[in-house]
Design a protein around this ligand. Structure first.
Ligand SMILES: Cc1cc2nc3c(=O)[nH]c(=O)nc-3n(C[C@H](O)[C@H](O)[C@H](O)COP(=O)(O)OP(=O)(O)OC[C@H]3O[C@@H](n4cnc5c(N)ncnc54)[C@H](O)[C@@H]3O)c2cc1C
Length: 402
């Protein structure tokens, strides 16, 4: 049973933001749509707000509540650490996914004093993966959430300082080779080396209606939002790669039917294709384009228009899950570090970027394999390379001596 209840409505952008924040932090909550709640959700909200209907109103286990909170306020309430105890470190790791957490754990073991700054929740994409069957050492597989928790726990055990719900917005080096990192909360941290481990995000379709309906019928993470569709007669998955099919299989736990819409043929592995091709719960539409999404009367997703075999058709799935690839989380590096044409960070064979003292590893790095095992491995390599850099600068020895 969730200990947090969010009272809101599907048309309310602040409700969507708050729900997204909680989902990103992997905090479970109950959702009460006050427009549709027969149990008096709207009256409850008015009662809490001196007669006014202000949403989201978020009620916590101890009965306390927040009204229209900013993410920072919500983070504070939830005990999330958003500020470090000091401002200078040997190493700053930007991004707390498998790459960053592995690098930071190795750093602590090497006596390198590291700060991890994570924009969302520690664990990165590992945390939103339903099941990981190919991470070495787990012969029976492991849930992504548990693996993310284990990465985080191991870094914590070594005393790594970690911030979450704090994004890095700027990075530069000064004439002495000191790296300066600025966060979205306005804090500035300095170090002698940094590792960029910001991974990648789900790509959006970029069609009409999409942005407006995110969280109100359009989703990018079945693990986070799939359970909202318990008992649905149909959900739609857009994309034909491994992630799309894996997430489609997961969605069959909730929805009677999963319609897969792929631009070309399915590109998922043969094993995954076999799993769905003759499964009566799946309808596969290939060579199709999504034209746009329309809002229903309730402000949620009403319909999806697709283009297929020269014809346009309109479908009415309860929800749509988009899995069409990854965009590197490197916008804040643009003009600072060399990026390739798709925005991935260019490194030399030692994972050094074009900015002295700054290394990059994992899913945000050009040429990386986008796998969790290699992400952890790249985190280790980047850390050892950063260590060499710190040694050359006399930083590690100075730190160990002090
Ligand atoms: C749905 C799905 C299923 C997958 N299944 C598997 C699988 O079964 N097996 C497998 O091996 N791999 C799988 N992967 C891939 C695997 O999750 C990634 O390869 C791995 O997580 C990459 O690790 P990373 O740390 O480089 O990046 P990420 O995991 O993406 O972590 C990067 C972190 O950096 C943070 N960040 C981004 N920008 C900033 C910023 N400006 N400031 C601070 N922090 C920032 C992000 O919030 C994120 O937490 C899957 C991926 C997805 C999306």
């Amino acid at each position: 049973v969730a200990s947090i209840t969010v009272y809101g409505a599907p048309w309310c952008p602040d409700c969507r933001r708050a729900k997204q924040f909680l989902s990103e932090q992997r905090i479970s909550y109950d959702w009460v749509d006050i427009d549709a709640d027969p149990l008096g959700g709207a009256e409850f909200v008015r009662e809490k707000n001196a007669g006014k209907q202000i949403i989201p109103t978020i009620v916590f286990e101890d009965g306390s509540f927040l009204v229209e909170p900013e993410n920072a306020e919500l983070a504070q309430k939830l005990g999330i650490t958003m500020q470090a105890g000091r401002s200078h470190f040997d190493l700053i790791v930007i991004g707390g996914g498998p790459t960053g957490l592995t690098a930071s754990m190795y750093a602590a073991r090497e006596g390198i004093d590291a700060l991890v700054i994570e924009r969302s929740a520690l664990g990165g994409n590992a945390g939103v993966t339903e099941r990981v069957d190919n991470f070495p050492g787990f012969p029976d597989g492991i849930s992504g959430a548990e693996l993310a928790e284990r990465f985080t726990e191991q870094a914590r055990r070594y005393g790594v300082e970690m911030l979450s719900a704090v994004g890095v917005e700027g990075i530069r080096t000064d004439e002495d080779g000191c790296v300066e990192v600025t966060t979205g909360t306005g804090d500035v941290y300095t170090s002698r080396a940094a590792i960029v481990a910001t991974g990648s995000s789900y790509r959006r379709l970029g069609v009409e209606g999409e942005d407006d309906l995110i969280g109100a019928g359009i989703h990018y993470c079945a693990t986070c939002d799939g359970p909202f569709y318990k008992g649905a007669s149909e959900v739609m998955v857009i994309g034909g790669g491994n992630s799309a099919i894996e997430e489609g299989l997961f969605l069959t736990r909730f929805s009677q039917k999963v319609v897969v819409v792929a631009r070309g043929e399915l590109t998922a592995s043969a094993l995954l294709r076999e799993k769905v091709q003759d499964d009566p719960r799946f309808e596969i539409i290939t060579d199709a384009e999504v034209d746009g999404f329309e809002k229903g009367d309730d402000g949620r997703l009403g319909s999806v228009t697709i283009h297929h075999s020269g014809e346009t058709s309109v479908r009415h799935p309860a929800g749509v899950f988009v899995f069409i690839g990854l965009t590197p989380n490197t916008d804040f590096l643009s003009g600072r570090l060399d990026l390739d044409e798709r925005g991935f960070v260019v490194t030399d064979p030692t994972f050094a970027t074009s900015m002295p003292g700054v290394f990059a590893a994992g899913d945000c790095r050009a040429g990386s394999t986008k796998q969790m095992g290699s992400a952890a491995g790249e985190g280790i390599t980047a850390l050892l390379m950063a260590r060499n850099h710190l040694e050359r600068m006399g930083e590690v020895a100075a730190h160990v001596a002090s």
